[in-house]
Ligand binder design. Structure first.
Ligand code: ZN
Ligand code: ZN
Length: 768
């Protein structure tokens, strides 16, 4: 397969740091500073590619079997990106390499030449000048303008002495045209094959494991059969998020990459960095915000032509030319970028883009905030909670949940000036199919999870700044006339807040922190939880979004198990289970209704036992993380999964940049700081059985028809792996045999107890 890795020098050579749910990446390589003229006029000639590849396939020096010109170059370029080598340094290294290698070697002698070779693989870009006030891009009719037609500001940068530097643009946007790169993808035999993976996959009825199971996908198939019938037509998703490339706190400089994801690829490839296609890089001192549409223009133009069809794309797998089409299925964003891209309001009384005008909001007089309570609307009409007053807002609830607007309704609203909830008409409506799509913008479940997790931990541990409880919150309770027993008691010296169901005593808080502190997790599972705990003041500090993910998925319910009063604990644990369920790799459609109903009850329970100030918009959004938006969840889960997988799996022999290299753990080596203790045989057996029963890989075998025979075989004899044992059922595949071999040691332990009971051979003696 072709090496596309060098795209990493743009997007992968970064450290990912996250703060307030906003990812901040820092470029470890030098800033992108290549000039347009660095790139020759490659990319237009369909035969150019073949030439370069033919050229790239030659050995790096005569007789070398290990490296081709291209693989050597890619590997070198990866090094450059990984260690932030300057262009000068890289050029000198190339010259030295050329000198060291035997005569006739093909190592390029300059950065320019190296770039030219790599550029022919499809990565060229356009540098577009923009108005610093985000009004226009200097393209099309403004190509030659020197001043912005809207605000009048000059196109050129103003120097420190207020003199315009002609020719130096005030703001630049990098555009990486996707069409030539899609063409390149089809020119690679293997990638072209992977691009039709979705058509060959076996979908399991009622299970959602890939966007191909989603209503949007089926809508494209049904409404535009000529599009749907061609499996090579691409289905894309767009994701964008701001980050700070300098990663320092002082810098206000922000960077917005816009990335396209191709869902045609198998899930283990589509979220790989090398297939996450960077299309736009917007940088500047301020975030583009709602003006992001200006910058998306060139991309939307390309998407429009992709919808019409790009003729003469060569498919290397089938050896033929065809017309390539592509459709954008949805965008995946965190909540603020969701607002910028969809054009809806994400603050205030109508902050929820799905509920719109009917967002259940309430202004807290003392907290000076708007809280979003009233999730009883989503309960069945005869649910007892609907009639309970005191535990909720003092009133019964007979309302029905608001219906989300369809794309056509939204378009109608924004076009007719009915813009209460809408700030603008989103540029995506320029795509003719956009208004018909059932889900146009998906919420990033990790972002919501992070914010909800912060709120819960902040409130439980009373972390200043994150605590949602306090005097104001108690006064608001009083104001609403509910839970009056929790109102502040004013003493002579200090004000006392009676403990609510969410409050923990000092000792309990310490207990929670201690249990986090003592948690040991497998390598690569999350960052070291221990480092996040501050034992002196019982706090968790610096939680990143992946930490929150693991906390909410598994660790939090364990940590609060023995400390919190049952009702509040129950509500939090239910919420954690919900996040766990929707982040599952496959979502059982038949269980979605149940999941949705459950989360409504969970939110109502939280309303019952937590103060109204706890319910910011993020907590409300949880109610919408359901049937209508599972796609985003799956995609996000893949991102999280991939991050872990990426660390352990080497892609060919070119090590990738920007991800920690995998550290193979010795099987017999204990984790550092461990004390080795001897466990008795019973405990060991129990532990092994537990591991087996809770290992995802074992499940299909436990459930499969092979299972009874396998167990019987195990019980009766230890050399059960002989193929004839299985012939009665079915011939095990090589994979299965391999798997059984691997499992044998473990299985002998767990089945051992039964074996001894039966009095047959005793496998326990073999491995103790
Ligand atoms: Zn302007
Ligand atoms: Zn809502």
């Amino acid at each position: 397969m072709l090496n596309w890795e060098w795209i990493y020098c743009f997007i992968a050579s970064r450290n990912v740091e996250e703060d307030d749910g906003h990812s901040r990446y820092s470029f470890v390589s030098e800033e992108i500073d290549m000039d347009d003229n660095d790139f020759g006029d490659f990319g237009s000639d369909p035969y150019e590619f073949a030439n370069v590849i033919g050229d790239g396939d030659q050995p790096v020096y005569p007789g070398c079997r290990k490296y081709t010109k291209l693989s050597a170059l890619v590997k070198l370029y990866n090094l450059k990106a990984k260690h932030g080598m300057s262009d000068v340094c890289f050029t000198e290294l190339l010259i030295l390499q050329g000198d060291l290698l035997p005569e006739g070697n093909t190592i390029p002698t300059s950065m320019y030449e190296a770039k030219k070779t790599l550029c022919a693989l499809g990565l060229s870009y356009e540098k577009m000048h923009a108005c610093p006030n985000d009004c226009i891009l200097y393209r099309k009719e403004y190509e030659d303008s020197t001043n912005c037609p809207t605000c009048g500001i000059s196109r050129w940068k103003q120097g420190k002495d207020s003199i315009l530097k002609e020719g130096v643009p005030a703001k630049v946007v990098w555009y990486f045209p996707p069409i030539p790169r899609f063409k390149r993808m089809f020119q690679s035999h293997e990638t072209a094959k992977s691009l039709t993976w979705h058509a060959a996959r076996k979908s399991i009825e009622g299970q959602m494991s890939h966007p191909a199971d989603s209503p949007s996908w089926k809508l494209l198939d049904d409404k535009w059969p000529e599009f749907g019938n061609e499996p090579r037509n691409l289905r894309l998703a767009l994701s964008s998020d701001g980050f700070n490339p300098h990663s320092s706190l002082s810098s206000r400089y922000s960077c917005w990459p816009v990335i396209l994801v191709t869902y045609n690829l198998p899930p283990w490839l589509c979220m790989k960095l090398k297939f996450m296609m960077l299309t736009l890089l917007i940088s500047g001192p301020k975030q583009p915000g709602n003006d992001i549409d200006v910058y998306l223009e060139p991309l939307i133009d390309d998407l429009k032509s992709l919808w019409v069809g790009i003729r003469g794309v060569y498919d290397a797998h089938n050896g033929e030319y065809f017309t390539l089409r592509a459709a954008l299925m949805w965008t995946i964003n965190d909540f603020s970028a969701y607002g910028n891209l969809s054009g809806c309001v994400v603050k205030g009384y109508k902050a929820c883009p799905i509920c719109g005008d009917d967002t259940p909001s309430h202004r807290l007089k003392n907290g000076h905030k708007i809280c979003y309570i009233g999730h009883r609307k989503w309960l069945p009409i005869n649910h007892p909670y609907r009639r309970q007053r005191a535990a909720f807002n003092g009133k019964p609830e007979y309302g029905i949940p608001p219906e989300p607007l369809t794309g056509e309704e939204v378009l109608h609203m924004v076009e007719n000036g009915d813009r209460v909830c809408w700030k603008k008409k989103s540029i995506f409506f320029d795509l003719e199919y956009w208004k018909y799509l059932p889900v146009r913008h998906a919420l990033d479940v990790m972002h919501i999870e992070k914010n909800v997790c912060d709120s819960i931990i902040g409130t439980l541990l009373e972390i200043p700044g994150k605590n949602k409880d306090g005097i104001a919150a108690r006064l608001d309770l009083l104001n609403m006339g509910v839970k009056t027993d929790l109102q502040p008691e004013y003493g002579e010296r200090r004000t006392r807040l009676p403990p609510g169901p969410w409050n923990l005593s000092k000792a309990k808080k310490r207990e929670v922190c201690n249990s986090f502190y003592g948690m040991k997790v497998p390598e690569g599972y999350s960052s070291n939880i221990k480092n996040l705990v501050s034992l002196q003041d019982s706090r968790l500090l610096g939680l990143k979004s992946h930490d929150c993910h693991t906390l909410m998925q598994q660790l939090l319910p364990v940590a609060i198990r023995s400390v919190l009063e049952k009702p509040a604990r129950y509500a939090i644990t239910r919420l954690c289970f919900f996040f766990n369920a929707i982040c599952a790799k496959t979502v059982d459609v038949s269980k979605l209704d149940k999941l949705e109903a459950d989360v409504v009850v969970t939110l109502c329970l939280l309303e019952k036992y937590f103060p109204p100030s706890f319910f910011d918009i993020m907590v409300h959004l949880v109610v919408h993380l359901n049937r209508t938006r599972p796609e985003g969840c799956i995609a996000e889960r893949y991102i999280a999964e991939e991050a872990v997988e990426f660390c352990t799996q080497h892609l060919s022999d070119v090590s990738t940049v920007g991800v920690p290299s995998s550290q193979k753990m010795g099987v017999s080596k204990p984790l550092s700081g461990c004390t080795v203790s001897v466990v008795d045989q019973d405990l060991l057996n129990q532990a092994h059985l537990y591991v087996l029963e809770n290992t995802e890989e074992v499940l299909p075998y436990i459930e499969s028809s092979l299972h009874p025979k396998m167990v019987e075989a195990l019980v009766c004899t230890s050399d059960w792996l002989r193929a004839d044992e299985f012939s009665f059922y079915k011939e095990p595949t090589d994979d299965e045999v391999e798997f059984y071999k691997e499992m044998e040691d473990m299985t002998t332990y767990s089945i051992g107890a039964q074996t001894t009971q039966r009095g047959s051979s005793n496998p326990l003696t073999t491995n103790t």
